[in-house]
Ligand binder design. Sequence first.
Ligand code: NDP
Ligand code: HSE
Length: 397
Amino acid sequence: MINVAILGFGVVGSGIAEVLTQNKDLIKNKIGEEINIKYILDLRDFPDSPFADKVVHDFNIILNDEEVSIVAEAMGGLHPAVDFSEAALKKGKSVVTSNKEVVAEAGDMLLKTATENGVRYLFEASVGGGIPVLRPLGTCLAANKINSINGILNGTTNYILTQMIDFGKTFEVALKEAQQKGYAEANPTADVEGIDACRKICILAAIAFGKLINPSKVSTTGISKIRLEDVKNAANAGYAIKLIGQAKDIDSKMYVSVAPRLVAYNNLLAKVDDVFNGVLINGNAVDDVLFIGRGAGMMPTASAVVADIVDIAGRPEIKNQNWDKAEDNDLAPLSEKISAYYVCVSNTEEQAKAIFGDIKAISSCDGEFAFITNAMKKLQFEELASKATVISALEIL
Ligand code: NDP
Ligand code: HSE
């Protein structure tokens, strides 16, 4: 029997307990051993839960119990989650997590600690919720040089954008619904301002390029400034607006950013709606591969966490990844990035043409003129934009 402890009995933690219980026999048949939930750590008691008798409040009970071989961390936040994870690995317990903040900030250290202690550290649920994407990127696509990753990586913001665009709901109503459905972070600013997507693209980039960029070094813009007018202008021109995390190899340097971008309707990512996430990976041998699935929510996320537990239980000998920290000279300068832009200005069409040259007009009304530029370096775009009265400017994917 393999004994597991779950840290945090919230949306994800309770999902992990549910999947392990519901699919107990099926999992036992797959790995030949039963997985038993021995403890659940939380700050609160859950007297009405069928797992009430497993709840403990002192992490040391789990740490010092040699029968516990796998710890599933689903508490969220950096501390004490990172400290508990490190302590468990040092005690010879494998750790699985859905906590992207911990992986993006300290994944390199935790992977090394796991390797030094002969155990595993896995975090499939930290990116894309229920989508199997980290393991395929690290293994099935291992033969490739990864050229680019473009992902809709946050379920909450994709849900909000879809509800606003397709059902005319306000931002506030859509966010409240996302919170009620258990998609949002404890502080939803992390979703709305792109911080969560940033952590996830850092994790994907680390698997693709072997180096973990600290999220603080990544240019990150959220969806809070997207206007309904921009959504309509984009639609008129044949684009959807999506919050996209992007990691690219530019001349063997890493370019990583998060921003709302215009995605052409003929790009498969444009059709990834609601809480679904989509990750489009381009490798030099395989070309494009697209992963789609539910990016948040109790059971899809638990599916990924439990898959990590099953993987460790069934194949404890597999090596951990090895990440270095990305240094500044590993990063491509943002100013060199070439893109076309959607721009909305309060200048006239003639003025816009005089500044930006050859442009494709989209609409002109209420003193606003919207258009698409030719592809140019970000630096050049910023120089031109400084000569106009820009209301909105978004990169085109
Ligand atoms: P919740 O807030 O629902 O659950 C967290 C639970 O952990 C709460 O019950 C909380 O207690 C408990 N907790 C917090 N700190 C401690 C502590 N120091 N000791 C013991 N228990 C603690 O969060 P989620 O389940 O939604 O998310 C958990 C993690 O999974 C986060 O990192 C999140 O980003 C990630 N994730 C979430 C997804 C989702 O769809 N919700 C999807 C993918 C990843 P209390 O409520 O009393 O504070
Ligand atoms: N808040 C996150 C999201 C949870 O909405 O994508 C899944 O990581």
